[in-house]
Design a binder for this molecule. Sequence first.
Ligand code: 5AD
Ligand code: SF4
Length: 477
Amino acid sequence: MKNEYILPNKEAARRRTKEESQVKRELFALSSDIKDLGIGKNYFIRTYGCQANFHDSEVIAGILEDMGFKSTDHLEEADVILLNTCAIRQNAEEKVLGELGNLKKLKRANPDLIIAMSGCMAQEEGMVKTILMKYPQVDLVFGTHNIYNLPKLLYQAMLAKEKTIEVFSKEGDIVESLPYKRDNRHKAWVNISYGCDKFCSYCIVPYTRGKERSRHMEDILDEVKELKEAGYKEVTLLGQNVNSYGLDLKMEHGFADLLEEVAKIGIPRVRFMTPYPSNFDDEAIEVCSHYKNIMPTIHLPLQSGSDKILFKMNRRYDSEAYRTVFDKIKAKIEGCAFTTDIIVGFPNESDEDFKKTLEMVDYCKYDNAYTFIYSKREGTPAAAIEDHIPMHVKEERLQILNAKIAHYANLNNQRFQDQIVEVLVDGASKRDKNVFSGYTPESKLVNFTGDCKVGEIRKVQITKAKSFSLDGKVIEE
Ligand code: 5AD
Ligand code: SF4
């Protein structure tokens, strides 16, 4: 009998109910026929997009290794190639489609090769139709809610040799029992919540990652305790909107309470990504300012400085509310570094609107920013707006904005010139094997020389402050 596809569904992805999400602890189990499927075989994963996706790849790698597969860095040696994809902007999708095109050659040379696709692109109804029609080399597509079922799906694709597609568009459960293989032995990602209920008018994430659902606090704390015992130096709490943590579990100050409990475990460095400006309550700010192991870096997405555009984006704050939160954090957290996300060229953004964004950058003087040209995402409300702004205007705005960001990045970094900073040693720098690199509490990238080991937190004297990094040397103690 022909394998039945479970395809993504736009309407179902949009739906939200008031029902609490189910925590599933028993979903993941390997039957004996599946358990050894990967013995003697290699897998290769390429990840696109955000930290949530990178952490999903760690889970997928954990599952594959439980099945006996070994990781390889060489595409040619792989028996399973997985692209864990991102749908946030069109160029992210184009990269993946280009890569799928390149993989065709490998598939032709080795018909037993399994090419799989997961992540946010797999959650898009139109995209999966395109894959079915134009990319026959793809054997397996599974969604962000289907990771737990990977062993069964892979079995079907490998042994039954059938194209396999399983993408649920439901609101989402929380699956607790999955294994993972962490990429880093000193720094770890810890999911605190999944999904997003904000529905910003430009954004595809609420459709690809489902309803906002918080993990239970005990599960998160147990994970952080295990990480501490294993010698981890840093955890980053992850969620699309970390500071709405616990709202679905009827907690009043869920994020503040969670952050405090995590800080008390005593791991040397605690970070979190990404807070939503208007969900940042005084309690959470207070906790951040009180615990020295909560790092003084706040990523506070602005998106636009224009109230008109913020309203059209369905962001739930205006420029004044943003400034108020920003000011409170700045006043309370000593030496706090700020980063942000900004979109230019949202449909019909005027010169005046863009000027307001620049004014906000002048006000906040960010340490750094991720800046993007608006990208139309099919199925989002903004995609229906007729846009009259030509692309060259958007590109010019991006350049102007980036120059301003670079100016403040440099200005902010100058405060570290000749200072002594604490750096968590990541490893050899990308450019020079004899130079180490790592990050300060403020998330400043430092390239430095001296005698040290990966995973240590060391004092480094800064010798040169540049726009986007610092140079220095280790202080011998
Ligand atoms: N176009 C451009 N940028 C986008 N982002 C999200 N959706 C879009 C889009 N359609 C940006 C936002 C968000 C970051 C992760 O990506 O700035 O904060
Ligand atoms: Fe992450 Fe968003 Fe990309 Fe999905 S679309 S992988 S949530 S950045």
